[in-house]
Design a protein around this ligand. Structure first.
Ligand SMILES: Nc1nc2c(ncn2[C@@H]2O[C@H](COP(=O)(O)OP(=O)(O)OP(=O)(O)O)[C@@H](O)[C@H]2O)c(=O)[nH]1
Ligand SMILES: [Mg+2]
Length: 408
């Protein structure tokens, strides 16, 4: 494999020369089974970092230089990664700092993890054996740890312990599938975006413990705005992941509102009165008496309105990519959807009907009983039906013949 160590620099004159010597002379020679190269991505540092690199390039053919206009760490890394992939034909790339906070001696340890099958190796400070600088003040320790924990929890990535490490080895077969031109951050938070995408692509992740040292020469470029930027990126990634879930929630809310309005509307129309009158002789004999309540029928009609709205909105919006257009298939799918939702009609009929027959037929009783019907019965009911018949995530032995029938 060809492995390119990408080192972004901005005013790292005191560090870069010594770092390149150590990498090329000491470390690369220890890695026998791969072709190792360096790509320094310099943001045209005013301190003359690139002059030092140019000098080293005369000495070592493994050193490459790419000049940028200092677009921020993320933007410059994106350029470096694309250069390594397209121009240098890298099979894997390192993210690595120039300032000796990362131990060059750890490079071979991350390579060894990839040799054992990892696609994405994280130099991790938050697993046993890893460490952050002792010299860091309480607040930087706190921010680093809880920042990482926040990202892990919100993005549901508890199996990754260090979300913001700057020391990583990534197979370019995965990096090529990440949209490097549209990273959500041009600054430090780009790391969270790439990590998130690579995990979603199904890469095999391995964390190798590293000690992160305190910077000795030069100055830090990280700033307070990076904290807010990281927060923003985590939230945006989360929203992106849960778009369908949020749409599903909105569809449910609209469905509920139509249900509540429908209940009021139908309880005042002639059809429900007529239906109730038809069963008037059952008035005294509970529970059949429920059929003689106009609002019970109104609740059943309202349920059907909500089912219709849910089906149409989900078909044309939430699952728009799988939209059903063929009219026959649409009808078939709709009747199937109705069949699985039929229980909801019955539940609403019974719960609202029972409530109005017990407590009187007032808007308050109707609406409160609707809340109970939906919240206590219909949501769990739908959840069960969806798992058994729609997504088929629960296998029920006695129902296998029904579950296995293809409806789509
Ligand atoms: N090309 C380029 N390099 C940058 C940019 N910002 C930072 N760097 C380099 O990226 C690496 C990491 O930046 P640092 O400032 O050390 O960030 P850090 O290690 O998280 O913070 P410290 O612990 O304070 O050093 C260093 O090698 C910097 O020189 C940039 O905008 N462009
Ligand atoms: Mg640093």
């Amino acid at each position: 494999m060809k492995i390119v160590v990408i080192i972004p620099t901005y005013n790292e004159r005191e560090n870069i020369g010594r770092m390149l010597d150590i990498l090329v002379k000491d470390e690369f020679s220890k890695i026998k089974n791969h072709k190792m190269e360096v790509l320094v991505v310099d943001g045209q540092s005013p301190d003359g970092t690139s002059e030092v690199v140019n000098e080293k390039m005369k000495k070592y053919k493994q050193v490459n230089l790419l000049l940028t206009n200092k677009g921020g760490l993320g933007a410059d890394y994106a350029k470096g990664m694309k250069y390594a992939i397209e121009k240098m034909k890298a099979d894997a790339v390192f993210e690595f700092d120039a300032d000796f906070q990362h131990d060059p001696g750890d490079i071979k340890r991350l390579v060894a993890a990839m040799d054992l099958g990892a696609d994405y190796v994280i130099g991790s400070r938050y697993i046993p054996g890893g460490a952050i600088p002792k010299e860091w003040g309480m607040h930087r320790k706190f921010l680093s740890f809880f920042g990482s924990l926040f990202a892990r929890v919100v993005l549901l990535m508890l199996n990754v312990h260090d979300m913001t490490s700057g020391f990583k080895l990534t197979k370019t077969e995965f990096l090529k599938k990440v949209d490097l031109d549209h990273l959500l951050s041009r600054y430090y938070a780009y790391k969270i975006h790439i990590l998130h995408d690579v995990v979603k692509l199904g890469a095999k992740i391995v964390e190798v413990p590293i000690v992160f040292y305190e910077r000795k020469e030069g100055s830090s470029k990280i700033s307070r705005k990076d904290l807010f930027d990281s927060f923003r990126v985590v939230i945006l990634l989360r929203l992106r992941d849960s778009k369908r879930f949020i749409k599903f929630g909105i569809v449910g809310t609209v469905g509920y509102m139509l249900n509540a309005l429908g209940l009021e509307f139908f309880s005042g129309v002639k059809v429900t009165q007529d239906l109730a009158n038809f069963f008037l002789e059952w008035k005294g004999s509970w529970p059949l008496s429920i059929a003689s309540e106009p609002s019970a029928w109104a609740a059943a009609f309202a349920a059907e309105v909500a089912i219709l709205s849910n089906f149409i909105l989900n078909n044309y919006w939430t699952f728009a990519s799988k939209r059903i257009t063929n009219p026959l298939r649409f009808l078939w799918k709709f009747s199937h959807f109705n069949l699985t939702s039929a229980g909801a009609v019955v539940i609403q009929f019974l719960v609202v009907g029972l409530a109005v027959s017990l407590f009187g037929d007032t808007p308050l009783v109707r609406q409160l009983s609707l809340v109970v019907a939906v919240g206590v019965f219909i949501v769990p009911y739908n959840y069960t039906m969806y798992n058994v018949f729609i997504w088929k995530t629960w296998k029920v032995p006695g129902l296998r013949w029904l579950q296995n029938r293809r409806v789509d």
